[in-house]
Design a protein around this ligand. Structure first.
Ligand code: NAD
Length: 471
């Protein structure tokens, strides 16, 4: 008996894509009821697998509390599905457009049809929600989907594969496991659209690979998001909002405030309040139940390297509000840290931090803040703490960022009706809300000409019609 030839992972991916595409073409675009059914199946799976997901994610990180996973991931996924279920009928409706007099009678409209098969590439930091919210959007828009989750959270990725296989046929939704090599092959597949969430560096490679097949991309990338505190605004509310944004998931959040800009006269007060807020959030220190570990030794070493480099170049490093020794008692844990007296020679001000470290810069005028932000790559988010006055409006008008949060951090991501995405090096395109639905749909413009339309006058012989129309 001859041995069966082994199918390589790349061939398997191709075959899955072909199978999904032929099923899509054979079955046609799903109806509203069918799309709602897919979303409800996904919602039920999330709730059924809740406990398993919470523990897989915690094991992958070393430690992450089930409450943090519940609030920061599962609630977001269920909320996004519920939002899509509520608004899908409206999203799917064709949109009537204007018809110029010379083309009447006639109708013009845009109809939104599914693109076909969507590729979804996800990172490790919110390994579940950053795969599932794009998936829910793809399904709402009537597509099939293939997902490539991160290799750094292997238990969660395998669990997602198993979970989705119980609710969806592989010609509807399929999960491909693997690391950067598989990622590179995956990004070269001829999808109808590719949604990538991850680093700017890998995003560049993914866009290049997608361009070979002219696959349109949504790139959700990273960067250094500033948090600007207006003069005299270092109150407990401001600072605890910053602590929430910086220390949720131990700072491993794409929209975490990367660094703070505080008025020079408020610096001492800011540091004291930050330490107080950290102690209030995590009374037992970094071993507190709600304080998350760093995902891998490599990332922990990278963060320690950032602190060593800053210290060597003259920065002041302050472990904020907790006994740093307690961090050593929990796997891969780094204490919340403030870094003062930073400058641009330090790696901490050159790289996205992605950990519980907050550099604090001081400023004297709003113009200095605007110049500083504008001299750097456009960030994914910008946060402003202060009254909604002319300073706030001026900052928003003069800077460009993917999104903005005023007097809060991270919460803009939870607004299901707002587009979420970056700009320039922090991303291309957006999802969430109707923007997500439209990114994964083809907006087809249709002009239906009436039987006696004036447009017929445009046929040859032209006579003097052009002269008359341009007069
Ligand atoms: P990453 O870019 O290293 O990995 C993302 C995905 O790409 C993973 O599935 C990985 O396996 C794959 N991959 C890795 N190398 C590849 C290659 N050469 N070719 C193709 N695919 C490859 O990102 P990460 O470390 O998982 O996540 C952290 C980064 O993601 C941060 O920069 C963060 O800001 C960003 N992020 C952005 C958002 C957002 O919504 N904008 C959300 C979360 C994370």
């Amino acid at each position: 008996m001859t041995a069966m030839p082994k199918i390589l992972p790349e061939e398997l991916m191709h075959m899955t894509l072909l199978r999904q595409r032929s099923a899509f073409l054979a079955e046609g675009p799903p109806t509203l009821a069918e799309r709602k059914d897919s979303l409800k199946r996904l919602r039920a799976l999330v709730l059924d697998y809740r406990t398993e997901l919470e523990s897989a994610i915690s094991l992958d990180f070393g430690h992450r509390s089930r409450h943090e996973t519940g609030l920061m991931e599962l609630m977001g996924v269920v909320g996004a599905i519920d939002y899509l279920l509520r608004h899908l009928r409206r999203f799917m409706q064709a949109e009537r457009r204007h018809v110029a007099l010379s083309y009447r009678p006639g109708r013009a409209y845009v109809t939104y049809q599914p693109k076909g098969v969507i590729g979804i590439m996800a990172p490790w930091n919110y390994p579940f929600s950053l795969a599932m919210i794009p998936l829910a959007t793809a399904l709402a828009a009537g597509n099939r989907a293939m997902i490539k989750p991160s290799e750094l959270t292997p238990r969660t990725s395998e669990l997602m594969k198993r979970m989705l296989a119980t609710g969806f046929a592989t010609d509807e939704v399929a999960v491909v496991l693997g690391g950067p090599e598989v990622g590179a092959q995956f990004s070269g597949l001829a999808f109808d659209h590719l949604v990538f969430t991850g680093s700017t560096e890998v995003g560049r490679k993914v866009m290049k690979a997608a361009s070979d097949n002219l696959v349109p991309v949504t790139l959700e990338l990273g960067g250094k998001s500033p948090a600007v505190v207006a003069p005299g605004q270092c109150d407990a509310r401001t600072v605890s909002s910053l602590v929430f944004g910086k220390l949720s998931n131990a700072g491993q959040t794409c929209v975490a405030p990367d660094y703070a800009m505080v008025h020079v006269d408020d610096l001492a007060q800011f540091v004291a309040r930050y330490q107080d807020a950290v102690s209030a959030f995590y009374p037992e220190g970094p071993t507190a139940a709600d304080y998350t570990s760093i995902v891998s030794e490599r990332h922990l070493a990278r963060l320690r390297g950032l602190l060593d480099d800053a210290r060597d170049k003259g920065a002041t490093v302050i472990e904020a509000g907790v006994d740093p020794a307690s961090a050593a008692r929990r796997i891969r844990t780094l204490a919340p840290t403030l870094v003062l007296n930073v400058d641009d020679s330090m790696n901490i001000m050159r790289e996205e931090i992605f950990g519980p470290i907050l550099p604090v810069l001081s400023y004297r005028t709003l113009d200095e803040v605007v110049d500083y932000v504008n001299a750097r790559p456009r960030p994914l988010a910008l946060y402003y703490f202060g009254p909604d006055d002319s300073n706030c409006r001026s900052l928003l008008r003069r800077t460009t960022s993917g999104n903005v949060g005023i007097n809060n951090t991270l919460m803009h991501v939870a607004q299901d009706d707002l587009p979420f995405g970056g700009v320039g090096p922090s991303g291309i395109g957006a999802y969430h809300g109707i923007e997500g639905f439209r990114a994964m749909s083809h907006g087809k413009g249709v002009y239906a000409q009436g039987r006696w339309s004036l447009a017929r006058l445009l046929h040859a012989p032209f006579g003097r019609i052009a002269d008359r129309m341009l007069a």
